[in-house]
Ligand binder design. Structure first.
Ligand code: C2E
Ligand code: MG
Ligand code: MG
Length: 539
């Protein structure tokens, strides 16, 4: 991601820079004209003196005074023009917002560092830094807060490297740090670890207390590249690799990462084609009442279909869709398709309970998200109470007012809100109270460990108890065995989801599941979170 989008502030600054340039040009022209006229006056004074013509003494004095004034003005203007020229050259090589060197200056310094290292037989390290989820902050709190955060980050970066190192802003939320003269990768990884720790401390911006982490990719001269282009590319690839492995981490470049970068590109193309054609498919997995096995809802799970390939699961493409800006159109498609499908099943008399749709943080923080959900519900005719939006804790991590407003907006529409993969993120009791959440979904990693004798069972118990005390529905994800089911039932967890009850299946498969349920219990009503409804047993 080496491109930068120009926001209105940057555009305005660019315009100001162009105006300053024009102003400087005018000043120079003016100064030149003045100098010329001064010279002419000097010539005529000289001529007058040498010719000892009939000029009176007062005329001579006046000419002299004019000469002095013109010379002083010309000097002042020349200085002003030189000042503007120096400012312009600084602007051409520095980032306006943070004052850090920009990519032009970095390329220059990296070239010098490489030449120097070549002579001294030393190494050079390049760190490509990208702030994790910075876009959410910009989207939810506005550009002014985003700008202040970027300035604060720049300061911390500068404070945590050596004077001789170069910290540069590459545009957007990307920075590059050049460590000239290092002994090897060890120095670079030490420095990267220090930067990760330094940036992870909270930032006080206005009334906000913000957290931001970063992913760092590192390339080393001469091991990974011998020129500016290659070193930047390899560090960028390593950075993406780090993001993929869980963010807030650094990653040293390795040649096999190039292969993955190519695979990434091909998935991006496949996603674009899928959005244009019919390459996205939804599968539906039943949610059930753990005690009775009755279906209480369906979770829509997206898959990517490519000619000649097996279906691809979200773990293979959702992160790429996030990075290349396709997650929002994909999310809109998923929501529309899931709502249409739920409405169609209900029209056919197949009561599925609620339809749950996963929404990523980027979608949730998009400014049209709420309006999009409202429009989709309207178009599909689905009763909003049938829709449940699933979000992970990290999507709500920043605990900001705009995010809370969207949650209330969803609630006002009549939709339900579930916290997905609960227990893996920044679980905090305070936000569980503050946010209008209906459901906690216990992450499958905890459920997997039930019966293995580890501490995680305690965690599961704690989440169930906490959910109960906050009057939330608690759904256990990833139930695969009868042991897990019995344990959860015993702990008072009412709902579950997992291969034990049913794998995700396509729309036809889920219709069959619902129809079988309908045939066995013709009078069965959904909304089966209500106690007492037997529904259809899946076990
Ligand atoms: P999730 O929302 O937590 O979905 C549950 C995932 O666990 C699904 O994987 C499901 O197939 C899998 N699963 C269900 N039961 C079991 C089980 O018993 N054992 C095991 N090992 N796995 C089980 P899937 O479909 O690969 O989706 C993975 C994740 O991708 C989802 O996690 C969700 O976070 C994301 N995702 C899926 N669809 C969408 C979507 O439309 N939009 C967005 N933004 N994310 C999606
Ligand atoms: Mg989910
Ligand atoms: Mg989950």
């Amino acid at each position: 991601m080496m491109t930068s989008n120009l926001d209105p502030t940057t555009l305005a600054r660019r315009e100001a820079a162009v105006l300053s340039a024009e102003h400087a040009l005018l000043l120079r022209e003016h100064a030149a004209a003045l100098l010329e006229s001064t010279l002419r006056q000097q010539e005529s004074v000289a001529h007058a003196q040498s010719a000892r013509t009939t000029l009176t003494e007062s005329q001579l004095r006046e000419a002299n005074e004019r000469l002095v004034v013109a010379t002083v003005r010309a000097q002042t203007m020349t200085e002003a023009a030189e000042g503007v020229a120096a400012q312009m050259s600084h602007m051409a090589t520095h980032d306006f917002l943070t004052g850090l060197p920009n990519r032009v200056l970095l390329a220059d310094r990296l070239t010098q560092a490489i030449t120097h290292a070549q002579r001294q037989r030393k190494c050079v390290a390049l760190m490509y830094l990208d702030l994790d989820h910075f876009k959410h902050i910009n989207d939810s709190l506005g550009h002014a807060v985003g700008d202040q955060l970027l300035q604060a980050v720049s300061r911390r970066l500068r404070e945590n490297v050596r004077q001789s190192d170069t910290v540069c802003r590459f545009g957007g939320d990307e920075f590059v740090v050049l460590l000239s003269e290092v002994e090897g990768a060890g120095d670079a990884t030490l420095s990267a670890g220090k930067l990760i720790d330094a940036l992870a401390e909270p930032y006080a911006i206005g009334e906000h207390r913000l957290h931001i982490t970063q992913s760092i990719g590192i390339s080393i001269y001469p091991e990974h590249g011998r020129d500016v282009e290659t070193m930047l590319r390899q560090a960028d690839i390593a950075m993406y690799h780090g993001k993929r492995k869980g963010r807030n981490t650094f990653q040293l470049f390795a040649p096999q990462m190039n292969v993955r970068a190519l695979a990434r590109q091909s998935i991006e193309v496949a996603l674009r084609n899928a959005l244009d054609g019919e390459g996205l498919v939804l599968h539906y997995q039943p949610k059930v009442n753990i005690a009775s096995g009755a279906i209480t809802g369906a979770e829509a799970l997206v898959r990517l279909r490519q000619p000649g390939h097996a279906l691809m699961y979200p773990s293979g493409f959702v992160h790429i869709a996030e990075d290349c800006g396709l997650i929002r159109p994909i999310g809109r498609w998923v929501l529309a398709q899931a709502c249409r499908q739920a409405a169609a099943w209900l029209d056919d008399g197949l009561d599925l309970g609620q339809m749950a749709v996963n929404v990523s943080a980027t979608e949730f923080h998009g400014k049209d998200f709420l309006a999009g959900v409202r429009a989709t519900l309207h178009e599909s005719g689905l009763d909003p109470a049938r829709l449940e939006i699933e979000m992970t804790e990290s999507a709500l991590m920043q605990d900001t007012q705009p995010g809370i407003d969207v949650l209330h907006g969803l609630k006002n529409l009549g939709a339900q809100i579930a916290l997905d993969d609960f227990g893996t993120g920044y679980s905090s009791l305070s936000y569980l109270r503050r946010f209008p959440i209906d459901t906690l979904k216990i992450d499958q990693s905890f459920v997997r460990d039930i019966g293995s004798g580890g501490d995680t069972s305690m965690l599961v118990n704690a989440i169930i108890a906490m959910g109960k005390s906050l009057r939330l529905h608690v759904v256990a994800e990833g139930i695969e065995t009868p042991t897990q089911r019995s344990y959860l039932q015993l702990q008072g967890c009412t709902e579950g989801q997992g291969f034990y009850f049913g794998r995700p299946v396509d729309a036809a498969g889920f219709s069959a599941l619902l129809a079988a349920r309908h045939d066995s219990y013709p009078g069965a009503q959904a909304g089966t979170r209500c106690a007492g409804n037997p529904g259809a047993r899946l076990t």
